[in-house]
Ligand binder design. Structure first.
Ligand code: SF4
Ligand code: SF4
Length: 413
């Protein structure tokens, strides 16, 4: 489509990128067909094509309004539209640019600012988050069901003894998962160790930066990302690790985006690119090892636990960050099938479950509608367990069902 972006903005890195992306859109509207918010609200401006148009108008000089901001806020950043678009429009990159410009021009209400600040302070402080969760877990039986469902039961930690292997990866724990579901990373360590890969950790490692980024705190996000790069870099420089990995695909996709976010930073651009290239989802690592005839090694874990007997029927929900963000499709299902599980499909697997980072808090109504649709599709057949690859989706889905919801790596412990 033709563009007429304000000249000053067109001189910036974001201006050049936005112009390129806008011009690649042919306005065909195919993307609307797979957009969850368009499906729910039926409003052109709550679909990707409409949002692209709103961003275009803003970058061309039209003053955005609260309504413009709301249409952009309602986007889940699920990137389903990117998977559908025949022209390869990089929608999420454009949305990031559009949101930043709109947020500079449309001040947030005091209540929104307060909510964003509380979310950032709570999630970014591992100590206060862990204290809140531990206290919530103690009083869980007495809490009203709406709050109770948001706090997972305390997980009894599985034991794991580290064994040194020549092959090493950096396993980044993230900010909240260790308090909520410590066994997910332990499961990763157990599986990788079986595959003769050792997981290194950097104790000070925290958030990947996506929380601040999605809550419009760009400066804070960049500080976090640069701090991560600085603390990971010595391992990379010494070639001590062959990959960086996180068990939450929502964080993984954020690391994949470091390259793009720091492309303009003379000090960090090259390092960010190296890190994004080095990042691997656990499924990519396990699938590559299975090609190297390591199936029997991890099957042994399943057989020891008799997990395949306990969980005969599995529904696998692929997080949007995995299937649309990192374009990792049909990798986990074959791993699970080869390990003896029966993995069943269900309708609308490509649609978001409504979790989407802090979306389940900031856009509760839409998030709950998406959750209800997701679970009703999954529950059309009986499953022993629902598995996924992202802590956010896992907890969000668990809040709406009595069927256990696990990370797929937890099936191995
Ligand atoms: S983003 Fe892609 S699918 Fe959507 S209107 Fe533009 S070209 Fe068409
Ligand atoms: S990212 Fe998801 S919610 Fe946002 S416009 Fe694209 S398909 Fe719709």
């Amino acid at each position: 489509m033709k563009t007429n972006i304000i000249n000053d903005f067109l001189q910036t890195h974001d201006g050049i990128e936005a112009n390129k992306i806008l011009r690649s859109c042919v306005h065909c509207g195919f993307c609307n067909a797979t957009c969850p918010t368009y499906q729910l609200l039926g409003d052109e401006l709550d679909g990707p094509r409409g949002r692209i148009y709103l961003i275009k108008q803003t970058l061309e000089g039209k003053t955005p309004t609260r309504q413009t901001q709301l249409h952009l806020d309602r986007c889940l950043t699920c990137r389903n539209c990117e998977s559908t678009c025949p022209s390869g429009v990089q929608y999420s990159q454009l949305l990031n640019i559009g949101r930043t410009v709109v947020n500079e021009k449309v001040p947030r209400s005091i209540s929104q600012k307060a909510l964003h600040l509380i979310l950032r302070k709570t999630f970014l402080s591992p100590l206060s988050f862990s204290t809140i969760i531990k206290t919530g877990q103690i009083f869980r039986p007495f809490l009203p069901s709406a709050i109770k469902h948001s706090i997972p039961e305390r997980q009894k930690k599985v034991s794991f003894e580290n064994v040194t292997h020549d092959r090493k990866i950096l396993l980044v724990p993230g900010c909240v998962q260790t308090s909520l579901k410590p066994n997910i990373d332990l499961a990763a360590k157990i599986v990788f160790s079986k595959l003769k890969i050792e997981c290194l950790e950097i104790p000070a490692a925290g958030c990947c930066g996506s929380l601040s980024h999605h809550l419009n705190a760009e400066t804070e996000a960049m500080q976090i990302i640069k701090k991560n790069i600085d603390s990971w870099w010595p391992l990379i420089e010494k070639k001590s690790i062959e990959a960086i990995c996180m068990t939450a695909s929502g964080c993984g996709v954020a690391i994949k985006e470091y390259e793009q976010l720091l492309a303009d930073d003379s000090q960090y651009a090259a390092k960010a690119k190296t890190i994004s290239v080095l990042y691997k989802d656990p499924a990519e690592i396990v699938a590559a090892e299975l090609k190297n005839n390591k199936l029997s090694d991890i099957r042994q874990l399943i057989e020891e636990k008799q997990a395949a007997n306990t969980y005969n029927n599995i529904a696998f929900h692929p997080p949007c960050t995995l299937q649309h963000g990192m374009k990792i499709n049909n990798l986990i299902e074959p791993i699970l099938s080869e390990c003896g599980f029966t993995v069943n499909s269900f309708k609308d697997k490509h649609l978001c479950c409504g979790s989407a980072g802090t979306y389940s808090i900031t856009q509760k109504k839409l998030s709950q509608q998406l959750l209800s649709n997701k679970l009703s599709n999954i529950n059309k057949a009986e499953h022993d367990v629902i598995v996924t690859a992202n802590i956010g989706c896992q907890l969000h889905m668990q809040s709406g069902t009595t069927t256990p919801v696990k990370h797929w790596l937890e099936l191995f412990i």
